[in-house]
Design a protein around this ligand. Structure first.
Ligand code: ZN
Length: 225
């Protein structure tokens, strides 16, 4: 156990650590990740004398062998405050997305198949399903391929995602989804993958109808995410 762990105990609630582990395993069960792919983080608002911290999954640990205590807590500069393992290699990218989007309380990175089919083709993911347009909002843009482990990539990824869409595709790699909660960030990742598969199949048969978030008629009293 590190010295920092002893001086700053319990920045991440045990229930939150369990929730992150649950969604890690769900990501494999839902076909969003294979093996040790992907990662998840959650913002811890104001826990460091008013400054935010982030709890993130460790690098290179199989989800079926991961424990709640394996999660790491880091400050917004990436300094590890709790945990003995190495944080996900994409930590700098998560931090840049949190900086750009104050509304983002959680980030889910997945490497699902149909997101990667469209990503490898360089095709942005237009919404053709209600779930997609409700959770991810607009068309999901695509970053050209490059390694995704540095802050510069993260700044450009966050810039491309912008303020109104909740996901971005990294070509030849996967998806980064944000949400106002971990539950919602996960729903974004699920919705984009499902939409990517339907879009891909529908385009082989004809011209699918694309939904535009600002133009869909939302019934009075509808409960929106
Ligand atoms: Zn990845």
């Amino acid at each position: 156990m590190s010295q920092q762990t002893a001086t700053r105990p319990g920045l991440a609630d045990p229930r939150l650590r369990e929730e992150i582990l649950y969604y890690c395993r769900e990501s494999v069960r839902c076909g969003l990740n294979f093996n040790t792919q992907g990662n998840i983080s959650v913002r811890l608002p104001g826990v460091l004398d008013g400054e935010d911290a982030v709890v993130i999954t460790p690098s290179d640990v199989r989800y079926d062998a991961m424990h709640p205590e394996d999660m790491l807590v880091v400050d917004m500069h990436g300094t590890v405050l709790e945990g003995d393992l190495l944080p996900s290699t994409e930590l700098p990218v998560h931090l840049e997305h949190y900086r750009r989007r104050p509304d983002a309380q959680a980030i889910v990175h997945t490497e699902s198949t149909f997101v990667n089919v469209l990503g490898a083709l360089g095709r942005r993911i237009d919404p053709v399903l209600l779930n997609m347009v409700l959770y991810a909002k607009g068309p999901v843009p695509i970053m050209p391929f490059e390694f995704s482990t540095n802050a510069d990539f993260g700044r450009r990824s966050a810039e491309l995602m912008g303020d109104d869409v909740n996901a971005v595709v990294w070509a030849n790699h996967g998806l980064l989804a944000v949400g106002v909660s971990l539950k919602l960030a996960f729903k974004v990742a699920v919705a984009v993958e499902e939409n990517a598969e339907v879009l891909f199949q529908a385009e082989r048969a004809g011209t699918p109808t694309v939904l535009v978030y600002d133009q869909i008629a939302i019934p009075e009293g509808a409960r929106l995410p």
